[in-house]
Write a protein that binds this ligand. Sequence first.
Ligand SMILES: [Cu+2]
Length: 194
Amino acid sequence: MKRGIVAAAAVGLLLVPALPILGHVGVAPDEVTPEGSQRLAFTIGHGCDGSPTNRVTIEIPEQVTSARPQPKPGWELSVEGADGAVSSVTWQGGTLPDGQFDEFVISVAFEGEEGQSVYFPVVQGCEDGEHRWIQIPAEGEDAHELPEPAPGVLLTATEDSDAGGSADSLTIVALVLGGAGLLIGSFALMNNRR
Ligand SMILES: [Cu+2]
């Protein structure tokens, strides 16, 4: 009986992942290594006060050394920039109803350091109105508290060079699993001794 409760509590611990903000503009993945090319999918979760989305512009930050957008059927794609450096990418002319979501994808290469957050300001145009997801949190500020935060990705260490730096989610899951195992194991031991 007791063992059942402990096991249930341990499982409960595992079921508390960080939930992405629904709505707003999300980016996946939100943690990348600064090596090679990374595919980033930006999700538009809703329109502007009920009005459908018909334009999405993603600004390319300076930590990005190359950016290639993925075309979308029904949307006209344009790229801005000079001397081969892309400064923004725009999809327009499509229609994304307020109650639906869609992804806008770019492939990027980074030049940045581990632990650095890189933000991609997004301007979402709608048939009526727009959202400017361009707010970048100051140091120590929580992006979730901004009304229109820019989506951002965290640059992390590559697997090989991760010498006890920041704990990634896999490490945390392993720690939780290990802890749960220890708990269950010690309870089993106590029960056996009686
Ligand atoms: Cu929202």
